[in-house]
Design a protein around this ligand. Sequence first.
Ligand code: C5P
Length: 225
Amino acid sequence: FEGTPLAGKHVLVTAGPTHEPIDPVRYIANRSSGKQGFAIAAAAAAAGARVTLVAGPVTLATPPGVTRVDVQTAREMADAVRESLPADVAVMTAAVADWRAADMRDQKMKKRSSAPPALRLEENPDILATLGTSDRRPALLIGFAAETEDVVEHAKAKRERKRADWIVANDVSGGVGQSVMGGADNRVHLVMQDGVEDWPEMPKEEVAMKLVERIAVEMETTNGV
Ligand code: C5P
């Protein structure tokens, strides 16, 4: 970056999956690696921002200059996000589990000769949507949308439903093990109120840099500088 365009700004990033316990040894999870979110946190810090990174269970190193808060579950992530406010910008890249086990068992479930146990699920809080209507809503609120079909259309609807300013939409189709999730590259569409930009496929670090550049321009404009 030229200089430190995000100096004085607090950027909050969520990243990674969440793990929702079923019993002390089992959990529900997804294939998110956290790479894209960590790259965004790193780029924002390099641009001079104060960065809080709320991370689900991932095996990535904390980027230099970033304050990291580790969480396991969606509810812990929601609490950590709330405690990190206020923020000027929030980038919600986490692949938050939509559901958690409705009754988490205190003891490891035993295999029985009878039928397998039923898993009852209940809905997790939507952290992005909650921020969207919060009285402490960040000035610039950015969500991600991982879709396997009609990527941009779903992202436009999501932008409005969750009251986000931008949605970064990515196509995660491609089958188990070959998808963007966990991979090094990403191909995204930046969905804004007044239009959609299709970005070419590039490494997640470059997506992060380009997004942070856009954030810096937007913050300058809204500051009236
Ligand atoms: O609805 P969907 O899960 O596809 O929305 C994705 C966006 O919403 C991402 O930015 C994700 O971080 C955020 N999200 C959230 N809390 C949830 C579910 C999604 O913050 N419970």
